[in-house]
Write a protein that binds this ligand. Structure first.
Ligand code: ASP
Length: 440
């Protein structure tokens, strides 16, 4: 096929997203999605639902083995335990810092806008809070009592711990473990190829996921919560385009324009799946092959970030706290807001990046500052859409921190970072085997 006819995967995925929004809106606005209607049963909840969920499952299927093998390779690639410690503490510090800045700015913006005051409570959905695990339990659970169990449940922190420990032990065994390192490297490559295979269907799956979400959206709710939505989305955009890009430039000197261009694909996946965890394979692929971050850093910072770094979620918590405090006429004061910041930073460590988890964290924050947990019901109706947007901000944060840490450790290939075409895949190449390796 002629070069010119090849369309990059990113473009196809973006087209899928645009069409998904369009078709979703048409179904929503024309009322075609009424309960029990043909469109609802066979198209939205049938075709779109099945295609979307199959795709999300295919991404999730790759997460655990990918993190496992790439971390083993990563640790063996670093080859030096003190660098591992440095990468870990820098990433941890930056993840916490960005989350704290995110929520502080969100609280200020929401307070200044006065959202929620005089809000008419029309129909609050009921919301029952769940307990988030206490910090002590989070710390205990980092060490898996049973690693197979941790893998079966997809618990990221214990998987990360176990993989790093195996990597360190392999290094300590030395020469005799060479075969294991080679094996892990080949398996890591195989996993990356599997990511490419799954990505080949991404444009269609992204279409299905987004069309279904938009078709199901309560647009009237969106209007009645316009104040909350506008402040929240503005805070998310400010964090993405101003705070994160400023930190990237300041701490690494890398070009924010190039970053924003390359991160688009990852953001679309996060937007359509509303899950940082399910997006790990795509984030990993982009950060390494498009941005030039060495696997020894990315294999750790990406899954770690998907679990503990939630800038967008923290922003939602800040805005929702101010909104609901205002609706109920509760005065939180500086001490109250500081508690909110601390609680939400801590809560982000113990909760995984999966859809809707932000609301569970919010109930923990509310319980701490004495706000009524059932108040969360007020924002429940728009939370799916907000979740999609904030997850895109969460994964961007993971990539920003990965780039900063890699740059500071001399583990970022700037020729790759600055090459707009680096690591671009076209879907045609995904269906062709290298000559001689095709089915024999
Ligand atoms: N869905 C978000 C994520 O996966 C978490 C949340 O805000 O609910 O990062």
């Amino acid at each position: 096929m002629a070069e010119a006819n090849k369309t990059s995967l990113t473009v196809k995925v973006l087209v899928g997203m645009g069409l998904g929004i369009l078709v979703g809106l048409i179904i929503n606005l024309t009322g075609l999605n009424a309960d029990g209607s043909f469109t609802n049963v066979y198209v939205v909840e049938g075709l779109f639902n099945v295609v979307g969920k199959m795709f999300v499952n295919s991404l999730k299927m790759l997460v655990v083995p990918l993190v496992f093998f790439s971390l083993i390779c990563g640790v063996c690639g670093i080859g030096n335990i003190s660098m591992l410690g440095r990468v870990g503490s820098k990433a941890f510090g930056l993840y916490m810092l960005t989350t704290a800045i995110a929520i502080a700015v969100a609280i200020m913006l929401a307070s200044a806008s006065g959202i929620g005051a005089g809000f008419e409570q029309v129909s609050a959905s009921t919301f029952e809070g769940k307990e988030s695990p206490p910090l002590a339990q989070v710390l205990i659970d980092i060490i898996p009592g049973n690693p197979i169990n941790a893998m079966a449940n997809g618990d990221m922190l214990p998987i990360i711990f176990f993989s790093i420990l195996i990597g360190i032990a392999i290094l300590m065994v030395g020469e005799r473990a060479k075969g294991v390192i080679d094996g892990a490297e080949v398996l890591n490559e195989v996993m990356m190829k599997m990511v490419n295979i799954v990505m080949a269907v991404a444009p269609y799956a992204v279409f299905a996921l987004i069309a279904r979400s938009i078709a199901d959206l309560g647009l009237d709710l969106l209007m009645s919560l316009a104040g909350y939505v506008v402040v929240l989305v503005s805070a998310l955009l400010i964090h993405l385009f101003v705070t994160q890009m400023f930190l990237l430039k300041l701490l690494s000197g890398l070009s924010p324009v190039m970053f924003l261009r390359k991160i688009r694909n990852v953001q679309v996946f996060a937007f359509s799946t509303a899950s940082s965890n399910a997006t790990i394979p795509v984030t990993m692929r982009t950060v390494t092959s498009r941005m030039g971050v060495n696997n020894s850093v990315a294999s750790f910072t990406v899954p770690f970030g998907a679990t503990i770094n939630m800038d967008g979620t923290a922003i939602m918590q800040g805005v929702a706290t101010v909104f609901i405090a205002n609706v109920y006429g509760v005065e939180l004061g500086i001490a109250g807001y500081l508690t909110v910041i601390l609680m939400s930073v801590l809560a982000s460590i113990g909760t995984a990046g999966v859809p809707g988890v932000g609301l569970i964290m919010l109930s923990m924050v509310f319980a701490q500052v004495g706000l009524p947990v059932e108040g969360i019901g007020l924002v429940l109706g728009v939370d799916r859409l907000m979740d999609m947007i904030r997850t895109a901000v969460n994964v961007s944060g993971d990539a920003v921190v990965s780039s900063i840490v890699a740059k500071s450790e001399g583990k970022l290939d700037e020729t790759i970072y600055n090459d707009p075409e680096a690591g671009v895949t076209d879907t045609d190449s995904l269906t062709q085997f290298p000559v001689g390796q095709a089915a024999e």
